[in-house]
Design a protein around this ligand. Structure first.
Ligand code: TLP
Length: 342
């Protein structure tokens, strides 16, 4: 029985073209900015986002942390959705390393508004930590891969800027958002001071993320990457597949989105899982397994015995993620196998 791995788009394996690109990559010492392949990737990313500069990093977690360290001083406060990845899944780095306290905003399906930001900003009082950064997650992982529209980001950004705050977008899956709406990622970059995106999720590269922003921001970010031990040497071996990811793998995300919708409708049709189709906007499907009388961990163990892997989102919620390597037939097979679970 073939295992269908829907735990995450992080499980994607590099394409043949990515593997060959590694062998052909021109290399140098990237800490001295002498790796032509890393330089090419950074230039390509900056062009795509319409920003002055870009920085290749080992992971999305490090990119987000670097941004917080550049935008904030220790003791500052940042406004962030209560289910945001940076708050939920990044080992508390924003506080443990950057010394920043999170102030939580409750978004609707991961999206919050300028008014909510205004409501959360602290006044200028010596008792309060300065509110210096707003973080937006697009697409929003724990909300089910939901999308921020460029005008929603612009609304938050306008308010943030009026209050002297910076805006960072955790765009781990920002290309999923752009493809789902048919917009350019540039439309998001206009409203942000920094964006982090991942090469190693739906775009299928084996390693790496990229931070984009102004020349000044990226200059500071480069120093923070070094401070965090993220300065890499012949990093062209991992940047080369990243170039393939950016140039060849973006448009095909639409296929993952179609598969996610098909999976969501199929699973919902079984009548034994709670699925809110409004949240199925990109490549993530969240399912409430409580109608089956199961906790998420029990469902996952049972599904595994049927050869279907899903991720545990706690309580009675499980997550399925479609990606490169999951076919139309896999989706049908998943629905059949889950339907046969008793
Ligand atoms: N998300 C992973 C896990 O950490 C949960 C996943 O399987 O979805 N921002 C967002 C929105 C993410 O979803 C992730 C990874 C990251 C940042 C961190 O990226 P990495 O794993 O490269 O540090």
């Amino acid at each position: 029985m073939r295992t269908i791995d829907l735990r995450s788009d992080t499980v994607t394996l590099p394409t043949e073209e990515m593997l060959s690109s590694i062998l052909e990559a021109r290399l140098g010492d990237d800490v001295s900015r002498e790796d032509p392949t890393v330089n090419e990737l950074e230039q390509l990313a900056a062009e795509k986002f319409g920003t002055e500069a870009a920085l290749f990093t080992p992971s999305g977690t490090q990119s987000n942390l670097i941004s917080v360290m550049v935008h904030c001083r220790r003791g500052d406060e940042m406004l962030v959705d209560s289910e945001a990845h940076i708050y939920y899944y990044e080992a508390g780095g924003m506080s443990a390393v950057a010394g920043v306290i999170p102030r939580l905003i409750k978004g609707k399906m991961g999206v919050f508004t300028g008014e909510q930001v205004v409501g959360a900003i602290r006044g200028k009082d010596l008792h309060f930590p300065p509110s210096t950064l707003v973080e937006i997650e697009n697409t929003h992982n724990r909300a089910g891969g939901t999308v921020w529209k460029p005008r929603e980001v612009a609304g938050v950004s306008k308010v943030a800027r009026e209050h002297g705050m910076k805006v960072h977008i955790d765009g781990a899956r920002i290309f999923n958002a752009a493809v789902a709406l048919g917009v350019e990622v540039k439309e998001y970059a206009r409203s942000a001071d920094s964006i982090s995106f991942c090469l190693s999720k739906g775009l299928a590269a084996p390693v790496g993320s990229v931070l984009v922003g102004s020349g000044e921001f990226i200059g500071k970010a480069r120093r923070m990457r070094k401070l965090l031990g993220g300065g890499m040497r012949q990093a062209g071996v991992i940047a080369a597949p990243g170039i393939v990811a950016l140039t060849k793998m973006v448009d095909r995300l639409a296929e993952d989105h179609r598969n996610a919708k098909k999976l969501a409708r199929g699973l919902r049709g079984l009548g034994t899982l709670g699925i809110d189709l409004r949240t199925v906007q990109t490549n993530i499907v969240l399912a409430d397994v409580s109608p089956m009388g199961l906790e998420s961990s029990e469902f996952i163990a049972k599904a595994k015995r049927k050869g279907v892997l899903a991720a545990d989102f706690g309580g009675s919620t499980v997550r399925f993620v479609t990606h490169y390597g999951i076919t139309d037939e896999d989706i049908e097979e998943t629905i059949t196998r889950i339907g046969s679970m008793s």
